[in-house]
Design a protein around this ligand. Structure first.
Ligand code: KG4
Ligand code: ZN
Length: 308
């Protein structure tokens, strides 16, 4: 079979990213332009600002991704784009770009679910990884426990009823006077703190202790539920993905739980944990080879669920 090269566009939140990926697993280019410095000033992502910034850079990022891949658009088999979930205005920029390119260059178009993309990020890092497995997906917008039955067949078994894991990190950070995004900074302080601070009597509680205790509370419940589900489903392969899976302490504790049970754990490379277009290209590839095509009526789906 000939190689299949997918160019993907991701613009669901505050990263504008374009990638070219071969056969779903091999990155040829993956350009990520982050807006974090702009949103830091406001303590979080301002949706209208995000849309405008995507619009300013997207044409250049497409050009850069092709240049770095040393390819022209003629060499591309299909264009994949994040259709949701995400911020409506931000998604619209990526979708409009993808539709324009698809129409002008006569390339098939594939709308991709951003959450499936987060799961597929692990296929890029681990060439031998194949479904079925359980995925703990912890991003800024979602916390999911997913039964990944096949590349295009995924069932959400559990999710948070309120804030997502990354969002909770960002809010804790904000309450403690730290910058957006909160995850990396909370992780750093947590390492210096005591995760049993509630037991301390008449002692001043430091930011470090709050971070450590928060992180302990989050990880204990996530790992307990993940372990329970893996035993229930009799699966011994675990993928942890999404922005929070960049957290080293989470990685260590997941690995401990997996070693105890004889499970195997997989994490995407850190650059593929947070938002990027390579993961969208990977998911787009598996959709494409199974025959999925979008047409020019493709529209944003800000509240898209994982199974769709
Ligand atoms: O997956 P992602 O890039 O975006 C969404 O699709 O939502 O995740 C971003 C989230 C942010 O909330 C950020 O604080 C969190 O991932 N994050 C982390 C770490 N790095 C990023 N959370 C905990 N520890 C980290 N090292
Ligand atoms: Zn994401």
């Amino acid at each position: 079979m000939d190689d299949i090269k997918i160019m993907a566009i991701e613009s669901s939140c505050d990263e504008t990213s374009v990638a070219v990926v071969k056969n779903g697993r091999e990155i040829i280019s993956n350009i990520i332009s982050s807006q974090i410095d702009m949103h830091k000033k406001f303590g979080g992502v301002v949706p209208e600002v995000a849309s405008r910034m995507h619009l300013e850079v997207i044409n250049n990022i497409v050009r850069e991704a092709l240049e770095e891949a040393k390819l022209s658009i003629d060499d591309i088999d299909a264009i994949a784009v994040t259709k949701g979930p995400g911020l409506v205005g931000a998604l619209l920029v990526g979708i409009s770009e993808a539709k324009a390119l698809s129409y002008a260059c006569k390339k098939p178009l594939v709308g991709v679910n951003h959450m499936k993309g987060h799961i597929c990020a692990a296929f890029i890092t681990h060439k031998e990884l194949e479904p079925p497995f359980i995925c703990l997906l912890v991003s800024g917008g979602h916390t999911y426990l997913v039964h990944v039955k096949d590349y295009n067949n995924m069932e959400v078994i559990g999710k948070t009823i309120d804030d997502a894991c990354g969002e909770a990190y960002d809010k804790v950070a904000r309450c403690l006077g730290m910058n957006y995004p909160g995850g990396p900074e909370v992780e750093r302080l947590a390492k210096l703190g005591n995760d049993n601070s509630k037991k301390q009597k008449n002692e001043e509680i430091s930011k470090e202790d709050v971070c450590a205790s928060f992180q302990r509370a989050v990880f204990d419940v996530l790992i307990f539920k993940t372990e329970k589900l893996m035993k229930e489903k009799k699966l011994n392969t675990l993928v942890v993905s999404g922005g929070v899976s960049a957290n080293n302490t989470l990685r260590e504790e997941i690995n401990k739980m997996c070693e105890k049970n004889g499970f195997k754990s997989y994490f995407p490379d850190k650059i593929l944990c947070t938002d990027n277009a390579a993961m969208i290209a990977s998911s787009g590839y598996y959709e494409y080879i199974s025959g999925v095509r979008s047409d020019l009526t493709l529209n944003v789906e800000p509240n898209l669920e994982l199974e769709n």
